[in-house]
Design a protein around this ligand. Structure first.
Ligand SMILES: *Cc1c(COP(=O)(O)O)cnc(C)c1O
Length: 229
C-alpha cells in the first residue's frame, strides 16, 4: 500500500490537483473516516460536497457538528450491520455498500415510507477476497431478479473495492470487468436496476478506475494524509 503521509501541499491544493486530472463525468467523493471536522470544513471550502463515512455512528456525530453545511451529500461506504440499517437511512443519501440480498431486502422494507428513496449501489467482488464483503459475480447475477423487486431502493449501479496491493494490470482488468458487468446487467432491462453509476477507485488506484469508466471515486488518504492505524 502506498503511504500518503509524505504528500506535499495543503488539503485544498491536493483536492485541486486531483480534480485537474478528472474528467467532468467523475464525481469525487471525499472519504472522511477518522478525518477531523476541521479538515472536512477545509474540503468543503474547496468545493467538496460529497463526503463518505464507513461507520454510521461516526457519520452521525460529524453531521451534528457540520449541520450548518446543509448541501452536503453523505455516502455510506462501509459494511452495514442490519441493526443499524434504519439509522443509515436517516444519515445517508447514498448507500454504496449494499453487499448481500438480505441487507438489500431489509433496507428496502425500511425505506418504504421514506419520501426520498436512498440511492443505492450493489457491492461486488471481482476477485475472491475473504476480508471483503460483497457479491461474487455469479451470485449477483443469480440475485438480480430478486433485487429488481427492491423498489424502495433507487439502485444506481455497482461499487467495488479491490484487494490491496494488486499489480496495476490486474487492478485495471478488475475495474474493466466491473464496467462490463454493469453493462451486462443493464442489458437485461430490469426496470428497478439502473447501472449507470460505477463507484470504484481509491487513493492507490483511482487513475486506473477512471480509465475503466468509474463515475465516482472514493478518496481518503491522498486528500487528507494517512489515517492513524
Ligand atoms: C477507506 C475507504 C476508501 C478510501 O481509501 P483511501 O485509500 O484512503 O483513499 C474508499 N473506499 C472505501 C470502501 C473505504 O473503506
Amino acid at each position: 500500500m502506498t503511504a500518503f503521509s509524505q504528500l506535499s501541499g495543503t488539503i485544498a491544493e491536493r483536492i485541486d490537483q486531483v480534480r485537474e486530472t478528472l474528467p467532468e463525468t467523475v464525481r469525487l467523493i471525499a472519504v472522511t473516516k477518522q478525518v477531523s471536522i476541521e479538515a472536512m470544513r477545509t474540503a468543503y471550502a474547496s468545493g467538496v460536497r460529497d463526503f463518505a463515512e464507513s461507520r454510521v455512528q461516526e457519520a452521525e456525530a460529524k453531521q451534528a457538528q457540520l449541520c450548518d453545511l446543509t448541501d452536503i451529500t453523505w455516502h455510506l461506504i462501509g459494511h452495514l450491520q442490519s441493526n443499524k440499517a434504519q439509522k443509515a437511512l436517516e444519515c445517508f443519501q447514498w448507500l454504496h455498500s449494499i453487499d448481500d440480498l438480505k441487507l438489500a431486502q431489509r433496507l428496502d422494507r425500511l425505506a418504504a415510507p421514506l419520501p426520498q428513496k436512498p440511492k443505492s449501489l450493489l457491492q461486488v467482488k471481482l476477485l475472491p477476497d475473504p476480508t471483503k464483503h460483497g457479491w461474487a459475480v455469479e451470485d449477483l447475477l443469480d440475485d438480480l431478479s430478486t433485487l429488481n423487486q427492491c423498489k424502495n431502493l433507487s439502485i444506481q449501479g455497482l461499487m467495488t473495492i479491490l484487494p490491496y496491493g494488486l499489480p496495476a494490470s490486474e487492478a485495471s482488468a478488475a475495474f474493466q470487468k466491473t464496467a462490463v458487468l454493469a453493462n451486462t446487467i443493464q442489458q437485461q432491462n430490469l426496470p428497478y436496476l439502473q447501472m449507470h453509476t460505477l463507484s470504484m477507485g481509491m487513493s492507490n488506484d483511482y487513475a486506473l478506475a477512471v480509465q475503466a469508466g468509474a463515475t465516482m471515486i472514493r478518496l481518503g488518504r491522498i486528500l487528507f494524509g494517512d489515517r492513524p492505524t
